[in-house]
Design a protein around this ligand. Structure first.
Ligand code: 2NL
Length: 344
């Protein structure tokens, strides 16, 4: 029996030595050390042995079992290490290779321009406010001194939802709403950016929907010189320190007096060239002192309060700043156009 156990051990160790896969090892483990294996069989037959032989053979059988199990464990660890080695070899990656470029989007040129304008005015203490694009006739026209049959309404024909509801033609109603909200007893210093709508035939310089940024400052003792100072600051920060501004008389129903502001041409610095149509100046916005009737309708006493207001079109400003030649580029969203203006 002793010889049989020793032979079994040798046989098992040889097989373990020759095994090349984990599956083979498992088969060996089951066939030698399993419940139906030869060692278990030897232990089961121990009853037939003499009491002197029994502990000797029992000890040997356990020893053989242990030796085989150890060897199996060693071999298993070896094979696993080899497998890992092989896996690492085949799955090797070169971390120094350049990455694949990821394409990232960016803000639309108009969005960037509007945000830039917002930042400049926030810097001068203005708050940014938004309001509805579908407006009442009252806030879009009447509150701005454009009564029902006023001829100036013709310049701002719109898209009507009902007799009394329309797509706003400017962002001024947001300002009229704000003045009402402030109940005529505290200053208003705000800008309102947003989409506006007009019944117009689209071409290179007209669009039935465009963007506006309007500003309003109402307080005690607000003067024309404040308007000029704020707009001059804006023009220099936005277009460059070297640019000059000039104000020309104009007309808007909601301001009196009204002005139009030009900036000096960056190409000829005022001498006259093809960019400024030989005038030396380029028109960029309109404004004026808030009409007393507009203040009054919003609940501000015009003998106590005064204010200035202005409005500009970011499309026009972007076109001037970047030389965009057709307003429709802003809305057709051809990425070849858009991505020229993505900031890094
Ligand atoms: C332009 C000119 C302007 C205003 C907008 C305004 C608003 C209130 C009261 C008075 Cl609540 N005025 N807004 C005033 C003058 C001109 O816009 O050319 N925009 C593109």
């Amino acid at each position: 029996m002793k010889e049989r156990l020793q032979a079994l051990q040798q046989e098992a160790l040889n097989k373990v030595e020759e095994a090349t896969t984990l599956d083979e090892l498992q088969t060996i483990r089951v066939s030698y050390l399993g419940k139906k294996g030869p060692i278990t069989e030897v232990l089961r037959g121990m009853g037939k042995l003499s009491p002197e032989e029994r502990p000797v053979i029992g000890e040997l059988a356990n020893k053989v079992r242990e030796v085989i199990a150890n060897q199996l464990d060693h071999k298993k660890a070896d094979l696993e290490a080899q497998a890992l080695e092989k896996k690492l070899e085949t799955e090797k990656i070169d971390v120094t290779l350049p990455g694949r470029p990821v394409s990232v989007g960016g803000a639309h040129l108009l969005t960037s321009i509007v945000e830039e304008i917002e930042d400049l005015f926030i810097g001068m203490g203005f708050e940014v406010r938004e309001g509805p694009e579908v407006e009442t006739d009252y806030y879009n026209f009447e509150a701005l001194n454009l009564p029902k049959d006023h001829p100036a309404r013709d310049m701002q024909d719109s898209f009507y939802i009902t007799e009394e509801l329309l797509m706003r033609t400017h962002t001024s109603p947001v300002q009229a709403r704000t003045m009402n909200e402030y109940k005529g007893n505290k200053p208003v210093k705000m800008i309102c950016p947003g989409k506006v709508y007009r019944r117009d035939t689209d071409d290179a310089t007209h669009s039935h929907q465009f963007t506006q940024v309007e500003g309003l400052y109402v307080d005690k003792d607000v003067r024309m010189s404040d308007l000029k100072g704020v707009l001059n600051q804006f023009a220099k920060q936005f277009f460059g320190e070297e640019r000059e501004i000039r104000l020309r008389p104009s007309f808007f129903p909601f301001t009196e007096p009204s002005v139009e502001m030009d900036i000096s041409c960056k190409v000829c610095h005022g001498k006259g060239c093809s960019v400024c149509k030989q005038t030396g100046w380029i028109e960029i916005l309109g404004g004026g002192m808030v009409h007393p009737r507009v203040l009054e309708m919003a609940g501000y006493d015009p003998s106590v309060y005064s204010g200035f207001a202005f409005g500009m079109g970011p499309e026009r400003i972007a076109m001037l700043k970047y030389g965009v030649d057709d307003i429709r580029h802003f809305y057709t969203n051809d990425v070849r156009f858009l991505k020229q203006y993505h900031k890094a």
